[in-house]
Design a protein around this ligand. Structure first.
Ligand code: C2O
Ligand code: CU
Ligand code: CU
Length: 457
């Protein structure tokens, strides 16, 4: 396939800076081109030292001057036009997680585009169809690139006001660093073979034990994004009056948060949180561990009511009566010894007997399934192992129908957390032509085999 859109970086003079994230001592980062032209950004990826451990520097990589990356915002139905500039010492791409884009905007190297080399740029341009909380990250050397901080929220605002007067974005990420802030290994073989290599320091928006202010007594939309390589957060907010409004970018009928919500890597949860009286706080936790604090501060407005459900996204409803069922087995391949000394990553995991090799540029030429454009498919997802896999599909959203382990209220998503030994059924209309990655979002599972390509034509 010929790729044409990659270009050598010329001058980038005359840009107005619109916002520095955490650690934004630096220059130009993210700029917007003048009013009236919609969203037209320049986003720079570059090294950035951040202070995660007091008094120590961590050599992170940043999108738009912060790690996690700067928040991008666009309105549903509008175009996102973004020039991505690579000032990293390595090649990279941007993938728009959960966004339904044409294939050539999907950011997968050698499938959608060539990698963007150091000093080059690439123009991403697509119309944003769905509102919700999404994110962006590279699809090249993912353990290291995401691990160093190249992950950022992409918020798509609804066309009409939603009834939320306040909102906060909380990007969750664990860092693979030691007590001096130095990076440790992003992927360790023996961990990749289990639940994935976890970082040691958890942060919200790049801050350990962050304190987030909410107006007392009022309702705030709290967008939780799991931008971590590995960790499934068992989200809970003890004693809070909190309701779920959207899951992974798609609205659901509002319901109580309940005891705990398992937010796997790549997944998002949109809550409405009614802040307690001024001076009180809520503890945002991962299981028993506090991640950060929601603190009630003076409010100037009268407390509002719970907003109505968010408007549904324009997704095609699967035609279950005429669907074809395809089975995907997520298996342990167990070949820990293979590949380690020939420059290839080991294959630890496979889907239907096939392990993806991230060093083989031709894998996508051998799709694991070929779908007919416009037809409905049911995917039967079978986890053959005792480790969970957040199963993610590019290019199309799917509807989760049922599971053999838990009660599911059917909902649309792009990432489904397939529990240990669970069997689940999801459905989609194959309405986006292309070759789409289908993978586990535990990054070191993906890099040791748990990825496949699905062709829609
Ligand atoms: Cu966040 Cu290939 O995906
Ligand atoms: Cu994706
Ligand atoms: Cu996995």
């Amino acid at each position: 396939m010929p790729f044409t859109r990659r270009q050598i970086l010329g001058g980038i003079a005359g840009l107005a800076v619109v916002g520095l994230g955490a650690g934004g001592a630096s220059r130009y980062w993210l700029a917007q081109r003048g009013p009236g032209e919609g969203h037209d950004f320049e986003l720079i990826a570059a090294p950035l030292d951040v202070e995660l451990v007091p008094g120590h520097k961590t050599p992170a990589w940043a999108f738009g001057g912060s790690a996690p990356g700067t928040e991008l915002r666009v309105r549903q139905g509008e175009w996102l036009r973004l020039r991505f500039i690579n000032h990293l010492p390595v090649e990279t791409t941007i993938h728009w997680h959960g966004i339904r884009v044409p294939l050539e905007m999907d950011g997968v190297p050698y499938v959608s585009q060539l990698p963007v080399k150091p000093g080059e740029y690439f123009d991403y341009k697509f119309r944003v169809l769905d509102a919700g909380s999404f994110w962006y990250h590279p699809h090249v050397s993912s353990s290291e690139e995401l691990g160093r901080g190249l992950v950022g929220p992409l918020i798509v605002e609804e066309r009409e006001p939603t009834g939320f007067a306040h909102e906060r974005t909380l990007s969750l990420k664990n860092w693979h660093i030691d007590e001096n802030g130095a990076f440790t290994e992003f992927s360790v073989l023996r961990e990749a073979a289990r639940e994935g290599t976890a970082g040691r320091l958890s942060t919200i928006n790049g801050t350990p034990q962050a304190v987030i202010d909410l107006p007392a007594g009022e309702i705030t939309r709290v967008r939780l994004l799991n931008l971590d390589n590995t960790v499934t957060y068992r989200i809970n907010l003890p004693d809070a009056d909190a309701r779920i409004y959207a899951i992974d970018g798609n609205p659901v009928e509002p319901r109580p948060l309940g005891k705990e919500y398992w937010l796997g890597p790549g997944m998002r949860l949109c809550l409405a949180v009614k802040a307690p009286p001024q001076g009180e706080e809520l503890s945002l936790r991962n299981g028993p561990v506090r991640l950060g604090t929601l603190r009630s501060v003076a409010s100037t407005q009268a407390p509002g009511d719970w907003p109505p459900a968010l408007p549904a996204n324009p997704l095609a409803e699967p035609d279950l009566d005429n669907a074809e069922t395809l089975t995907f087995n997520f298996e342990w391949a167990g070949a820990v010894s293979s590949g380690t000394d020939n420059g290839k990553p080991p294959s630890l995991w496979q889907i239907n007997g096939q392990a993806w090799d991230i060093t083989d540029k031709t894998c996508a030429d051998r799709p694991i399934a070929r779908l007919k454009l416009g037809k409905t498919y049911i995917f039967e997802l079978k986890n053959m192992a005792q480790y969970q896999h957040p199963v993610h599909l590019h290019g199309m959203s799917f509807k989760v129908l049922k599971s053999d382990r838990r009660k599911i209220i059917p909902y649309f998503t792009d990432t489904f957390l397939l529990g240990r030994n669970e069997r689940a059924w999801v459905a989609l209309v194959a309405d986006n032509p292309g070759t789409w990655m289908f993978h586990c979002h535990v990054i070191d599972h993906m890099e040791t085999g748990l990825m496949a390509a699905i062709e829609v034509a």
